[in-house]
Design a protein around this ligand. Structure first.
Ligand code: ATP
Length: 309
């Protein structure tokens, strides 16, 4: 069905500290700068899909604190519906403390905070049932993800899972997934198969369609146990690949939700992701629909596409 996208996932305040090197145990080191921005795979994918033109609701949780207000504001500025964004009075907004060194090394500490909220509300259920696509990652409690996938399945809502971070025991979730989107390392880890083709083929015996992203090599698609398509990347001068995967997933779903065929959605997703790596930041670097269309001139605007299908 054509229509709305619900992203159920994580939202974090990203505290990015730039330093000459990573601090060692017991060491106090003078850092160069610190900035606070919006992050979390759920928030990133919601923003990517909204910028690409989708009608998106974000089902997440933040704390009753300034970081929560910051994230709410970021989502609203990009036109993401925040009616399902809950405020957890007992926990702080999720926080990722990222140290980036001058030579590009990084280390990350994540405090899940309000992302640990694990109940699916009646409003969430109604929104999932009415949506065309439900998008999930694994930065919220496993049981919450499982329940949401089941509600989607019951109502014919297409399920999209980006299974990161990968862990053991995800078979049931993958079996409830229509479209699995993951990078090469995640595919190998999740399937236990060496080699990205074999991994994608194995996963596509469980999820309906598997899209594996391959960085500068684009992406491949597997269905029914076989690799069926390869999509080249759009060449890009990469300066910061943070959020490339989330841009890809968000834009892919945005196009599918407006009725585009998979091939067209993949072209838009690789184009959008390549544009995002040419600029610094995660959500900050995600392109708008106009920018995607400028780089991919034969991509119809949403209104014309609705008429054509
Ligand atoms: P990240 O963790 O950095 O967000 P990822 O590991 O989840 O990324 P990748 O496979 O590295 O995902 O990248 C996702 C998509 O971004 C690729 O399928 C490709 O379309 C695009 N992309 C990434 N790196 C490049 C690059 N150097 N040049 C062009 N496109 C790129």
């Amino acid at each position: 069905a054509t229509g709305a996208v619900v992203v159920l996932g994580s939202a974090n305040a990203d505290l990015v500290v730039r330093a000459p090197r990573l601090a060692g145990p017991g060491e106090t080191l003078s850092a160069t700068s610190a900035t606070t921005g919006a992050g979390g795979k759920g928030l990133n994918q919601a923003v990517a899909a909204a910028r690409a033109g989708a009608r998106v609701a974000f089902a997440g949780a933040v704390g009753e604190d300034p970081h929560g207000q910051l994230l709410r504001g970021v989502l609203q500025r990009d036109g993401v519906d925040t009616a399902l964004l809950r405020t957890d009075g007992a926990r702080a907004t999720g926080l990722a403390v990222v140290t980036v060194t001058d030579d590009g090394e990084n280390s990350i500490l994540v405090v899940p905070g309000a992302n640990a909220l694990d109940d699916l509300t009646d409003d969430d259920r109604r929104a999932v049932a009415a949506a065309s696509h439900l998008v999930l990652q694994l930065e919220r409690p496993r049981e919450l993800v499982r329940r949401a996938l089941r509600v989607a399945r019951e109502h014919g809502t297409t399920t999209v899972l980006t299974p990161a971070p990968v862990s053991d025991g995800l078979d049931e979730l993958v079996a409830l997934t229509d479209l699995l989107v993951l990078n090469a390392g995640e595919a190998e880890e999740l399937s236990g198969e060496p080699g990205v083709e074999r991994a994608a083929e194995a996963l596509s015996r469980s999820a309906t369609t598997v899209v594996v992203t391959l960085g500068a090599d684009g992406a491949l698609v597997a269905t029914g146990g076989a690799v069926v398509r390869r999509v080249p990347a759009r060449p890009a001068a990469a300066v910061d690949t943070t959020g490339a995967g989330d841009t890809f997933a968000g834009v892919l779903v945005a196009l599918l939700a407006e009725g585009a065929r998979l091939e067209r959605a993949l072209a838009a997703a690789t184009t959008a992701a390549s544009l995002s790596v040419e600029r610094p930041g995660a959500a900050a670097s995600m392109p708008t629909r106009a920018e995607i269309t400028a780089a991919l001139p034969d991509l119809p605007d949403p209104t014309r596409l609705q008429e054509a299908t």
